[in-house]
Ligand binder design. Structure first.
Ligand SMILES: Cc1cc2nc3c(=O)[nH]c(=O)nc-3n(C[C@H](O)[C@H](O)[C@H](O)COP(=O)(O)OP(=O)(O)OC[C@H]3O[C@@H](n4cnc5c(N)ncnc54)[C@H](O)[C@@H]3O)c2cc1C
Length: 505
């Protein structure tokens, strides 16, 4: 059986993480198969940054904040896999998430802290899942144990390829529409496309055989396993073979990962401090008659469960991503403030207004996340779920472009016009730079690098991808706002207004 914790070593070290990626996985980049993702220049910056973050789990400063002792093996286990039973437990999870997110400046959508939360969500739902399909009973709990004891680095793939979205409109005017689940997700009618969408071809003694594709999975070439389930757009399938929740090791035979253009490699020596470290890669995934062992499957064929409980299994992941977004916004606040000071415009009223707008967004996300904590409750899985934070996702998408715009407005032309590290090191070029680049309290090199860093946040291909991630990763904003509208109830205010207008004013 692949679920085995006898040799588990608990929370990963950086070295253990790097070693775990050398497993024969089939990763393609620009028409070539990648032999070793850990040394390939497109990935190595990110691999070593994640390794650095994993190593934090064993530092004196962070060990007790990022790990706890397993009651089964005595291993130290990451808080990313902890199951909060009390408010205090939830605060420990928060602290762990903060460390991951702050250390990566809020740039990593797939810190292992994010998808581990979905494995905890499956655990939370285990009592329901155990009743659905006898072969899968107990799997959600066993898989959580396995993933936590091995500190499995997870990604997820939840969307089918973009082929035909028109069928989703059929859901809009249905009178039996159910807007249910903790996240209040919408039921829709996705197209069951045998040619492209992932589906079960057959069951065998060992597991299920799958064929089809998933549109993308961030971190896929650098993860240990990929969680596969269905996003809100795809959950309500008419044909049950399209409905599965499982996890698949990235080196499974027949699983083919095809990477997009990397954003970590640039010509010359124009530094990309974020792209070089935090390029997660968003890769397409193709399943070519892939066997997923039974012990890696937690739900099959049950569309009502996929629809009803999507919000619930995502609960802690939403919490984690809000903590990340706060760290990202704090990064923008810091960088924009430093740019304003570097250009001596920070005392101008209009500039302070823009800075205040940015700080408003950061504080709103922090307050909203605390609101989720405030609304936390004990689920029937004996786990703390946070209060509903669904609207935060829509708000995050609403402000994603504005945040970059503020940085661009304050940064001005210097965002595009900066010399490279080799220019800074050149005896011929440097005198011009020292003479003609204003310093305003910063050395020439520091000023150049600050603007390069700002460029990487808002203008490089990496910066643009980060914005697009923020806009899309919680799903189509139109659908999400429609969901918010559909589940809205005017309640007592509506009744009082009806009452007011029922009489002469
Ligand atoms: C950088 C990045 C990283 C990502 N990482 C991951 C990941 O790790 N794992 C993962 O599973 N997914 C990931 N995603 C995918 C993400 O979840 C999807 O992009 C998102 O759910 C929206 O789906 P879509 O892109 O297929 O857009 P669509 O649903 O196709 O929407 C595209 C446009 O069409 C409109 N539209 C759709 N249907 C209709 C209709 N019926 N009528 C009218 N208009 C319609 C939408 O409103 C939207 O404007 C990532 C995406 C990005 C950009």
């Amino acid at each position: 059986m692949s679920i085995d914790i006898s040799n588990a070593r608990g929370a990963k070290t950086g070295e253990g993480y790097i070693e775990s990626l050398r497993d024969g996985r089939e990763v393609w980049l620009d028409g070539k198969r990648v032999d070793d993702v850990t040394t390939h220049p497109a990935f190595s910056g990110m691999v070593h940054e994640l390794a650095r973050l994993y190593d934090l789990q064993y530092t004196d400063e962070y060990m007790d904040q990022m790990t706890y002792v397993s009651d089964v093996t005595g291993n130290r286990i990451s808080y990313s896999y902890s199951l909060p039973r009390t408010h205090e437990d939830l605060m420990k999870r928060r602290r762990n998430s903060e460390i991951w997110m702050q250390e990566s400046f809020g740039q990593l959508g797939r810190t292992p802290d994010f998808c581990s939360s979905i494995v905890c969500g499956w655990y939370d739902l285990r009592k329901h899942l155990d009743t659905l399909y006898p072969k899968l009973a107990g799997n959600a709990e066993r898989f959580w144990r396995f993933a936590s004891e091995h500190d499995v680095a997870m990604t997820h793939a939840i969307g089918d390829p973009q082929v035909d979205r028109t069928s989703t409109t059929r859901g809009e005017n249905r009178t039996d529409n159910a807007w249910i689940g903790v996240g209040g997700y919408a039921m829709e009618d996705p197209e069951d496309d045998e040619a492209t969408a992932l589906h079960v071809v057959k069951e065998t003694r060992d597991g299920i055989i799958l064929r089809g594709a998933k549109q993308l999975a961030t971190l896929a070439p650098l993860a240990n396993e990929c969680l596969v389930y269905l996003s809100a757009t795809f959950s309500n399938r008419a044909n049950s073979e399209f409905v599965q929740w499982f996890s698949i090791p990235m080196n499974t035979p027949g699983l083919v990962t095809v990477c997009r253009e990397p954003m970590s490699i640039y010509p010359g020596s124009w530094g990309h401090p974020f792209a070089g470290r935090f390029e997660e890669q968003d890769a397409m995934m193709f399943f070519n008659n892939v066997l997923v062992p039974w012990d890696h499957v937690v739900m099959l064929y049950d569309a009502p469960t996929a629809v009803r409980y999507l919000g619930r299994i995502n609960n802690l992941a939403s919490y984690s991503t809000n903590i990340r977004l706060h760290a990202r916004l704090r990064t923008f606040v810091a960088v924009v403030t430093m740019l304003a000071k570097a250009n001596e415009i920070d005392e101008i009223r209009g500039v302070r207004d823009l800075l205040g707008e940015l700080i408003t967004y950061a504080e709103m996300i922090d307050l909203a996340t605390r609101g989720m904590e405030n609304g936390a409750f004990m689920s029937d899985g004996d786990m703390i779920n946070t209060g509903d934070g669904f609207a935060i996702g829509a708000f995050a998408a609403q402000i994603s472009k504005r945040v970059l715009e503020i940085l661009q407005i304050i940064g001005g032309m210097e965002l595009v016009s900066q010399p490279s590290e080799r220019d800074l090191a050149s005896e011929e070029v440097r005198p011009y730079l020292d003479k003609l680049i204003p310093s305003n309290g910063l050395g020439t090199a520091e000023r150049v690098r600050l603007f390069r860093l700002a460029y990487d946040l808002c203008m490089s291909s990496f910066g643009a991808r980060q914005e697009i991630y923020e806009y899309w990763h919680r799903g189509d904003i139109t659908r999400n706002r429609t969901t918010l509208y559909m589940r809205n109830n005017n309640g007592q205010v509506g009744e009082r207004i009806k009452d007011l207008i029922s009489r002469p004013m």
